[in-house]
Design a protein around this ligand. Structure first.
Ligand code: ATP
Length: 436
């Protein structure tokens, strides 16, 4: 079936209306390219992080996690090359003074007013901060622009405190900060975002191509676990001249966004660049002794790097749908997979002024809630409650009615098909376990 694409504004509006994502610092007039996640957004995000962690860490023997600092020694960023290299080119329109990254616009004139652009200047993408009570005397450091470096500098710590042998990986989920000039497109590009990264360490003699392909395959599997379809994803191999100088191969997994195809996640073979640089600058040998081969080497690394906020945006774009109903109405529905939906079930008493029905519904709600995030709703009529749950992506609604009091069954309504089935209360939990 042809994929329906909806403008990004629809996703932005639903996100705010229902509490997925709010514009940042809104009551003070907003702060460009910052967003806050609301009650549903935080659930969605946590679900995605949990699925990622389970799939890449808990389900495997060869990957462990860490949670490194956001603020690291400034020496880390000098050694990694970020202080000198983490710079983007900038041009400014002489007429409207809007600023752009020349590599992100397809014209030599201003995309907004066609004005003449200034010469390219380089500017640092790192946010500076100072440690110490007096700014002028403090230590200048940075908010991390990627999570990866905390992994490299802890390589020896992890090696010495675990029984891992190469090949193995270290995973981390956390915030990163970039002073981006080309912002916009909602949570696609923001100045503060979360990354889910793995540094997978291998021997320099390993057949890196097959490990790279396997990790790429794992990323596609994870995509399908959060509901993204392979037909919307493209593996774009970055040509040599556009790759970071230390990378031997980089594939960007791109997604077809409402605003065009662009990067969702990246996979890069970073060679031994990072561990070598940190060994050299710190004076600590970040090498590895291979007991079988009886040799020491600096491990090479392959890095799957996934932006969490871009993943959330892709999930929302993929799930958003508008469906024409028979009575000339349109229903908005978020077709989120069960695994990522903030609420899995909603429970409704048919009428809120019938105490026997409300009591029964409350009991069922309390019971389901011990296993699944469950929503209670007794407002308005059933039709309105269904529409609300459709918009927030709840896969199933359970209604307790007069028949329930007679035969211990409830109505379960499916979000996607809108079909209703009668299920016995005693079977209800297992019925949902089967769907999860
Ligand atoms: P882009 O080319 O879009 O700027 P990048 O190649 O600089 O991205 P990486 O450094 O490879 O990105 O970062 C890894 C992942 O982190 C990206 O694939 C993306 O999912 C996410 N990411 C990077 N920058 C941002 C940002 N400013 N806002 C949200 N997510 C981001």
């Amino acid at each position: 079936m042809e994929k329906k694409t909806f403008p990004i504004e629809k996703i932005v509006s639903l996100s705010k209306r229902r509490g997925f994502v709010y514009p940042g610092s809104e009551i003070y007039g907003g702060l460009a390219s910052t967003y806050d996640y609301g009650p549903l957004g935080v659930e969605l995000k946590n679900n995605v992080k949990k699925i990622w962690w389970k799939y890449f860490v808990h389900d495997r023997e060869d990957i462990v996690g860490i949670d490194g600092g956001i603020i690291l020694s400034p020496k880390v960023w000098e050694s990694s090359g970020h202080v000198n290299e983490f710079k983007d080119p900038l041009v400014e329109c002489k007429k409207c003074h809007h600023r752009f990254r020349p590599d992100k616009i397809n014209s030599s004139r201003c995309p907004d007013c066609k004005g003449e652009l200034t010469e390219e200047k380089l500017f640092s993408g790192m946010f500076e901060t100072t440690i110490g009570p007096i700014k002028e005397e403090g230590i200048l450091t940075y908010l991390r622009p990627e999570t990866a470096q905390a992994i490299f500098i802890n390589f020896n710590n992890v090696l010495n405190s675990t029984n891992l042998k190469i090949p193995f990986g270290i995973a981390q989920v956390g915030k990163a900060f970039r002073n981006e000039i080309t912002t916009g497109n909602f949570i696609f590009r923001t100045i503060e975002f979360e990354q889910m990264e793995i540094e997978y360490f291998i021997s320099p003699k390993a057949k890196w191509e097959s490990i790279f392909d396997q990790l790429l395959q794992n990323m596609h599997t994870f995509a399908s676990m959060v509901g993204l379809k392979d037909q919307d994803l493209y593996d774009h191999e970055i040509p040599e001249k556009e790759r970071a100088h230390y990378s031997k191969k980089t594939i960007d997994i791109e997604y077809s966004w409402p605003f065009g195809r662009d990067e969702l996640w990246g996979l890069a073979y970073r060679t031994d660049f990072d561990l070598s640089k940190h060994s050299e600058h710190s004076g600590n040998d970040l090498g590895y002794y291979d007991e079988e081969e009886k040799e020491r080497f600096i491990p090479h690394v392959i890095e799957p790097s996934l932006g969490l906020d871009r993943t959330i945006l892709a999930i929302l774009c993929n799930a958003y749908d508008e469906e024409a109903l028979a009575d000339d109405e349109t229903r908005t529905v978020l077709r989120l997979p069960f695994s990522v939906a903030p609420y899995k079930i909603a429970v409704f008493p048919l009428l809120k002024n019938k105490p026997e029905i409300v009591k029964k519904a409350r009991d069922i709600y309390a019971d389901l809630k011990t296993n699944f995030p469950t929503f209670w709703d007794e407002r308005g009529n059933i039709g309105k409650r269904y529409r609300y749950q459709d918009e927030i992506g709840t896969p199933y609604c359970v209604t307790i009615d007069f028949e329930t009091l007679e035969n211990e069954t409830v109505t379960v309504r499916d979000r996607d098909t809108m079909k209703q089935s009668r299920v016995e209360i005693k079977d209800l939990k297992l019925w949902f376990v089967d769907k999860s």
